[in-house]
Design a protein around this ligand. Structure first.
Ligand code: GCO
Ligand code: MG
Length: 396
């Protein structure tokens, strides 16, 4: 089967999504998610102007060969734009091949390692009382794992969830490490008291601390027995994680902004983290991610794919198929997509009592409605920018 046609569609049903459709012989269509939040059109151009003309007419079922062709053949490697583009092609090829063979995608990835995949829900509150209420709601909805985020009461936006397409220029938020560190340990100790050992508690630091601050926080969180502390510091310098690792037993999760095995090689091989959080879309696709997962398995590191609502339902389906098949998958992030997106993406996976069940329809099990997508044109949108009390830029 050859790749006969390839189209990229941008749409904004509640937030921006970029979808790649690859058509193979016989009219079978494979879908890939090419969404890179805030830099969507760079990936569109990379695909349309540089990648798609080179894959038309190639054998669609030789997925590894095509991955190597796009990765090594471009000479310029790595980075979020390149790897998201390769990730979208790779995801679409896996979808196409599984549909062509008439099997759900997890079958091609080794078959089921588990019946279903544990998910964690998100709880966010403006202050600790609201965050605890939101966590209660998640537990009541059946989640046995909840990631809890809390605003800083004295600041207007800090630590809120990323908004959708609400501004055509980056919104600026303020940040206070002192207020944050004063608040978080108490919140999680109260949550642990409230739930006992039954609920796994997660927290995203979102790259905002120094290694010393992160070690301090990790130590204070130890009595709360966290499931993980996410992205305590930026991971460009992987060695920084050693300083945190040596000083706390709070488990560490990293990876949503990483794009290749080289970006996390030291973190995994030197066992500086417990969970690797790369998403199929941003990590160069399932072909790349299964290799990362295999390396991680050797080093007691578990896979937990990034799954925010700024990745499309196609990405979530890919993560669920991957997590169903890959043995060392721990858990899957779940953030509901905007309501409008249901008209554009029809999915066959299910969320049942805090667990994802992969769909049994062939491929990824997602249908993309191009007509419906046209009703929601792309709108330029950005992630917020964060500033410290002195006005300098901080890591958002
Ligand atoms: C997460 C993330 C997201 C990111 C977002 C950036 O763990 O889900 O940190 O909320 O901020 O995906 O585009
Ligand atoms: Mg995160």
């Amino acid at each position: 089967m050859k790749v006969e046609d390839a189209t990229v569609i941008t749409c904004s049903p509640g937030r921006n999504y970029v979808t790649l459709q690859l058509t193979g012989g016989g009219g079978t269509v494979g879908l890939g998610d090419a969404t890179l939040n805030g830099r969507e059109l760079a990936v569109v151009s990379y695909l349309q102007d540089h990648v798609l003309p080179t894959i038309i007419g190639r054998t669609a079922t030789n997925i590894e060969e095509l991955w190597q062709f796009l990765y090594r053949g471009s000479y310029w490697r790595g980075g979020p734009v390149t790897m998201t583009a390769i990730g979208a092609v790779d995801m679409a090829l896996w979808d196409l091949k599984a549909k062509w063979l008439g099997v759900p995608l997890y079958e091609l990835l080794g078959g089921r390692s588990r019946e279903c995949l544990r998910a964690y829900g998100h709880a966010w509150g403006r202050d600790p009382a609201a965050a605890m209420q939101a966590a209660d709601d998640m537990v009541a909805a059946g989640f046995s794992a909840v990631r809890v985020q809390c605003g800083l009461p004295s600041l207007p936006f800090a630590f809120g969830p990323a908004q959708g397409n609400d501004s055509s220029l980056p919104r600026e938020e303020q940040w206070s490490t002192d207020e944050y560190l004063a608040l978080i340990p108490g919140l999680f100790l109260s949550l642990r008291d409230r739930y006992g050992p039954q609920v796994s508690l997660l927290h995203d630091v979102h790259h905002r601390l120094t290694p010393t601050e992160a070690a301090w926080l990790g130590q204070r969180l130890e009595p709360a027995r966290m499931y993980w502390m996410e992205d305590p510091v930026p991971a460009e310098r992987q060695e920084s994680y050693r300083a945190i690792r040596q000083r706390t037993t709070t488990p560490i999760a990293v990876g949503e902004v990483l794009n290749s095995v080289y970006d996390c090689q030291q973190l995994i091989e030197q066992e500086l983290i417990d969970f690797i959080r790369m998403a199929p879309a941003h990590g160069g696709g399932l072909t790349a991610l299964k290799k990362v997962a295999a390396l991680a398995e050797v080093h007691h590191v578990q896979l937990a794919c990034h799954g925010p609502s700024d990745l499309s339902p196609i990405s979530l389906a890919a993560a669920i198929h991957c997590g169903t098949a890959v043995w060392n998958t721990a858990i899957q992030e779940y953030v509901p997509h905007p309501a409008e997106s249901a008209a554009v993406f029809r999915t066959s996976h299910r969320l049942e009592k805090g667990y994802f069940v992969a769909g049994d329809t062939p491929g990824l099990g997602v249908e993309f409605n191009e007509k419906a997508a046209q009703r929601y044109p792309y709108k330029r949108a950005y992630l917020p920018v964060l500033r410290r009390p002195d006005g300098s830029v901080a890591d958002w």
